[in-house]
Design a protein around this ligand. Structure first.
Ligand code: R5P
Length: 289
């Protein structure tokens, strides 16, 4: 078994390597003058079971291309099996056509990864679980929820209501609620007017006087979760915790999330690296290594 890391989240790869008691494999990665990427595996991997860790987070196009080049390099080096470990699967939100003449990028990315030569994929908290079916190779879909739930349980919160920030996230929120002692569920009815602009309409369920735990797969610009939290506060929630596996944190996420008095805590995992400049006092980062 050999483990290699792309450049997207070296710290997570190092933690995984430490957990497994092995070193990351040596790899040269450099850019040509025109911006093209060069990758060379620096040891023989002939006949090996190779794992490549690379979330396709921002800059998504660069990280995706890097992953494809790594896979191709490993195939051409006669690895027996190449597993793409993609803690955050970018381009996942376009998972179907919602208007004419659009691309389904989640499927396009699946085609590219398969075509590059991956034999197997492991990804965490896909935006929609059916993306697994866009691949005709084995796919392990794993979740950040065990580490987030362990953390929430350790806080011994009382009077919890688990809240889905939109109708699409109900199954995820229900699974959380079940693990939190069959907590009640509430749903935010959200209408989105344009990409990256969230508009919250109303809450279905009772949140008054309760500790609301908002659960989402990702926080991107923070619009969905912060508008949701404002509404929950207006509806009388006593405390609001936000949980998401993927901290995409595109601007102005940090300003929105760190607004004083909105969240008790914003709990995320390290599938995507979070630079120091994007950290704020309410942020809790858990490791999925
Ligand atoms: C939407 O369907 C997703 O599950 C997230 O709620 C959304 O992508 C978060 O984006 P933002 O933080 O920009 O509102």
């Amino acid at each position: 078994l050999r483990l290699f890391s792309g450049s997207a989240n070296l710290q997570l790869s190092q933690e995984v390597a430490r957990y497994l008691g092995m070193d990351l494999g040596p790899m040269i990665r450099k850019r040509f003058a025109d911006g093209e990427l060069y990758i060379q595996i620096q040891e023989s991997i002939r006949g090996c079971d190779v794992y490549l860790i690379q979330p396709t987070c921002q800059p998504v196009n660069d990280h995706l291309m890097e992953l494809l080049i790594m896979i191709d390099a490993c195939r051409r080096a006669s690895a027996r099996q190449v597993t793409a470990v993609i803690p955050y699967y970018g381009y996942a939100r376009a998972d179907r056509k919602t208007a004419g003449r659009e691309s389904i990028t989640a499927k396009l990315v699946a085609n590219l990864i398969t075509q590059a030569g991956a034999n197997r994929v492991l990804a965490m908290d896909l935006h929609s679980a059916q993306i697994q079916g866009y691949f005709d190779i084995p796919f392990d879909h794993v979740y950040g929820s065990p580490v987030i739930l362990d953390y929430l349980v350790s806080k011994q919160l009382s009077d919890i209501v688990v809240v889905s920030p939109d109708v699409g996230g109900v199954a995820r929120a229900r699974a959380f609620a079940k693990k939190l002692g069959d907590a009640p569920l509430a749903i935010i009815d959200k209408r989105r007017q344009a990409h990256n602009v969230a508009e919250v309409m109303n809450v279905i369920g009772d949140v008054r006087g309760k500790t609301a735990v908002l659960v989402d797969d990702m926080i991107d610009t923070g619009g969905t979760i912060s508008e949701g939290a404002k509404l929950l506060r207006e509806e009388g929630a006593r405390q609001v915790y936000a949980c998401a596996t993927h901290a995409v944190f595109s601007p102005p996420a940090v300003e929105r999330l760190s607004l004083s008095g909105l969240f008790e805590e914003v709990i995320v995992t390290n599938t995507i690296p979070i630079p120091e400049s994007n950290r704020f006092p309410q942020l809790v980062v858990l490791s999925v290594a």
